[in-house]
Design a protein around this ligand. Sequence first.
Ligand code: PMP
Ligand code: GLN
Length: 382
Amino acid sequence: MTISSKLPAIGSSIFSQMSELALQQQAINLSQGFPDFAASPLLIDALARFSRDGLNQYAPMPGILALRQQIADVVYSCYQRQLNPDTEITLTSGATAALFVAIQALVRPGDEVIVFDPAYDSYAPAVHLAGGRCVHLNLTAPDFNPDWQQVADSINARTRLIIVNSPHNPTATVFTANDWQQLSQLVCQHGLYCLSDEVYEHMVFDGAPQLSANKLPELAERTVVVSSFGKTFHVTGWKLGYAVAPAALMAEFRKIHQYVTFSCFTPAQHAIAEMLAQQRHQVSGLAAFYQQKRDGFVSLLASSRFGLLHSTGTYFQLADYSAISDEPDLAFCQRLAIEHKVAAIPLSVFYKQAPAQQRLIRFCFAKTPDTLQQAAQRLCQL
Ligand code: PMP
Ligand code: GLN
């Protein structure tokens, strides 16, 4: 049967490909971003307890109120933004579903959406399915700073949405206060919307301020902010995320959310709500926790031939392998997994048009000290 595909150019994601290769090759998997250590036993016990206590039926469509109240508290304490949990917060099946729903709610056929490449892989297909068109602007190494004049020059009557992601996957860079200001100015001046993917919001290093679209009231009025408990509580497989938006925007978001998943896994919502109420220090301690891992990994690789870029946020580390090989990055990553038994992610797959001479790969350092040590030992032999 020949199916006329709605996404003819899309195959399985680089994360699936590299994790499969790692498994097949029994390589250390520093490719797909997930921790290889356990979540808090308190969280796991809470999940089991809430399920045993019978909280196994549909949650309310926007999520249980106790969790929405906790999210409002976190947003207030991190960004001093007051949210109405009834109308401005919705729980979703991971940040992935929040991003997809927000894009379907905002993008109409013929609209243009500005994205910065390298871009997380789920944005462009969702824009395409909504009938929109992505306008890709390249960020360049080593700083990957957006060029706001170029953004301004790319805005026209069809522009509807700007998608941003800070802390940024895959480059591990973070927007400055000036970036947020410039973004806010353009969005407000041109009556655009913003989708702000902040799944790594609690992982900002070296004492840099934790900034967010939530901190700029004018921008926040036109923005859907997305985050994920998978990252914050080391449970990526629970697929629990959320979206925050002003009531009118959130009403449009919920119209679609209710037909995508309707509601999310109930016991996990109760367990996370309890963690946020009783163990909030796990959230505020996350940056120090991951900064220590970053520093450990960087010092283990000090004697390698990889050139390490600075990681200011997320749990990723970029490495330049041009001193080792001039292979394209996908081929290099495949060989790294097969011959050296370490899996990583090539950067070029996150671009529509990757810079020709760029030789960068991404490692995930959300791993135990043992895993990082073994991986570094292998990487230092290249
Ligand atoms: N956005 C970014 C930038 C991500 O890195 C990820 C996952 N790693 C997601 C969204 C999706 O998050 P979730 O697993 O909660 O769906
Ligand atoms: N976001 C994770 C990463 O960047 C992967 C998520 C996925 O596998 N889709 O590695």
